[in-house]
Write a protein that binds this ligand. Structure first.
Ligand code: G6P
Length: 594
């Protein structure tokens, strides 16, 4: 969703701001803009893409300080007036903001009575006017007075026409400050500062950061806090396509490497004493998993494994539903969110904490908002994921969740051995799936000709079917439905005809025989079958129209192997159907509104 950037240094701000905005495009947005400091401030906005904004901003705009924003409309439609940066009446202060100001209507009424004239429908514009109201020549002081008036969530950066300063503040939305050589960068999302900053400072809720030519100073409730910059662990190349046509393909193909380094880290980390695994191990009675979208499917797989191997009952709840239903309080909640910013997950995690549960977050983003809510954090190590549809972060989540189970003292020794061995084999198995991408493309050619499909599975691979269907919707715009193979006969059979392919996810486990029966039933109703099966399963070969032959993985690792195959199937179908694979229409990478 919305993205924030800021720059203060010795280089012209214009190209750096625009480049940083381009690096945030993956979050999804519908308008964008920049303000370059000078007297007067120069503000440029566009309701198209960053590319068009770049053409709009004259190359010779002077100024070495500036701010920028990509907006995903919430309060007010998509228009140049509503696009950020927002200005005060005198055009002396500009601000960009992520989050929602809950009391903006009261503030707006108060400011209008005082003579402030508003030109947008946004909540953000009140911040510009409050800054103006309190500004006495020092922007940092105006920011302190302004945030004392706000209720809600924000990450924001402001510039003033007559000061060489950038002032930022955070409350409930992330903001990072990159430190380069003789320059500072501000961003809502670390990928924006890669290539410029060598170290990074993560702001915490309530912080105000003031940057001038000499230094960065951070204050919390009026007190200076010492913030040691930390090294950036992600490299700039991590957000490049590295020769691939799409980020999504690059990220799918990165999965063997992600799993390999995750495995090494988990197996090497002997001391789990105070960490997330220790918190998980304390749980013996009930467990709730809160997540949305792809992360929800990871939660369903975790339920299957935790209930099966540890005998702990698990409720998996769509985070957006948590507030709507009378769920019993749990002792532990696992909040799964790759971005760490999904508002529904954060709200649900806060609520379940109020009911007495402790929260273990599984996230890919250090210092993201969920980490401020959680008692412990299990980081996945997928690196930056640019494609909007989650791929490598999903399998990294599965690895993290399997590791929680593997490290549990409740796990029987034999099961632990099987899990450990499966973990070791997994990266190579996934590499073998990536190696047959061209074969999967052949099946995708067939799927791409259809407007609807069912993806069926059982057991641990039922959530895999759900996830495969989500990928098919997001990437290829095919109305695919993930369905329990056994349930298909209880209604959806009415939809089966020659135009509705069935993609059957088969694993070498106790569900195989039942999956074969389901395929027989489907074939009897003339639906074509694409089977994901393991090499050498002749019964499946005979029954199916197309077979994707995968390495034979044990439970629960078949859920990873099959998920990667379904990602590739959806990717190739999307490419054949000319879909905008990395940035599908209408959806955003991190959904920061409830
Ligand atoms: C958005 C994305 C989905 C994603 C979901 C949850 O809706 O479009 O692809 O699965 O958010 O994201 P999270 O960051 O919480 O895992």
């Amino acid at each position: 969703m919305c993205g924030i950037v800021g720059y203060l240094g010795r280089s012209p701000a214009r190209p750096i701001l625009l480049d940083m905005l381009a690096k945030l495009e993956y979050r999804g947005y519908d308008s964008c803009g920049i303000a370059v400091q000078g007297n007067p401030l120069r503000v440029f906005k566009d309701i198209r893409r960053v590319k068009e904004l770049t053409e709009l901003v004259p190359r010779d705009v002077p100024g070495t300080i500036g701010i920028g924003h990509t907006r995903w409309a919430t309060h007010g439609g998509v228009s140049p007036q509503n696009a950020h940066p927002h200005l005060d009446c005198s055009h002396e202060i500009a601000v960009v903001h992520n989050g929602i100001i809950d009391n903006y209507q009261e503030l707006r009424a108060e400011l209008m009575l005082e003579g402030h004239v508003f030109i947008s429908e946004t909540d953000t514009e009140v911040i510009a006017h409050l800054l103006e109201k309190y500004y006495q020549g020092i922007l940092q002081e105006a920011m302190e007075s302004t945030i004392a008036r706000l209720r809600g969530s924000w990450a924001m950066v402001a510039v003033a026409a007559k000061e060489r300063t950038l002032v930022s503040s955070r409350q409930g939305a992330p903001l990072v400050i990159g430190v380069g050589s003789d320059e500072y960068l501000v961003a809502s999302d670390a990928p924006a500062i890669l290539g410029y900053a060598t170290s990074v400072v993560y702001l915490e809720d309530g912080d105000i950061a003031a940057i001038n030519d000499v230094e960065l100073s951070v204050s919390r409730q009026g007190q200076q806090v010492l913030q040691e910059p930390k090294d950036i662990s992600w490299s700039d190349g991590a957000t490049e396509k590295n020769g691939h046509e799409h980020y999504t393909l690059k990220e799918i193909l990165e999965q063997p490497a992600v799993l390999r380094r995750t495995l090494v880290r988990y197996l090497e980390e002997k001391n789990v004493g105070e960490g997330p695994r220790a918190l998980f191990q304390e749980t013996t009675d009930d467990l709730t998993i809160l997540a949305c979208g792809t992360s929800y499917h990871a939660g369903l797989i975790a339920k299957h494994v935790i209930e099966g191997l540890l005998r702990i009952p698990v409720s998996v709840i769509n985070a957006s539903e948590y507030a709507c239903r009378p769920y019993p309080p749990a002792t532990l909640a696992i909040a799964i969110t790759q971005s760490g910013e999904t508002a529904d997950v954060i709200a649900a995690a806060r609520r379940i904490k109020e009911h007495g549960a402790r929260v273990l977050a599984v996230t890919n983003i250090p210092y993201s908002s969920i980490t401020t809510v959680a008692d412990r954090v299990m980081y996945t190590d997928a690196g930056p994921e640019v494609g909007v549809a989650a791929t490598k972060t999903y399998t990294a989540q599965l690895a993290a969740l399997f590791e929680l189970v593997r490290s549990s003292p409740r796990l029987r020794p034999q099961a632990k051995e099987i899990l450990s061995a499966g973990f070791v084999e997994l990266p190579d198995m996934v590499a073998r799936v990536c190696a047959i991408s061209a074969d999967i493309e052949d099946c995708a050619r067939f799927i791409a000709m259809h407007e609807r499909a069912f993806i069926i599975g059982r057991g641990v691979n039922l959530p895999t079917a759900y996830e495969g269907a989500l990928k098919m919707k997001e990437l290829a715009y095919i109305h695919a439905e993930g369905y329990s193979a056994g349930e298909l006969k209880h209604g959806p059979f009415a939809l089966l005809d020659g135009q509705t392919p069935i993609i059957a996810v088969i694993a070498a486990d106790e569900t195989r025989q039942a999956m074969l029966s389901s395929i027989h039933e489907v074939k009897a109703r003339r639906s074509p079958v694409v089977a994901l099966s393991y090499e050498g399963d002749e019964a499946v070969e005979k029954l199916s129209d197309f077979v994707i032959r995968l390495p034979k993985a044990t439970c629960p690792f078949s859920a990873v192997v099959n998920a990667v195959a379904l990602q590739l199937l959806a990717y190739h179908a999307a490419k054949i159907r000319h879909c905008p694979i990395d940035f599908p229409r209408n959806i955003a990478k991190s959904v920061t509104v409830e």
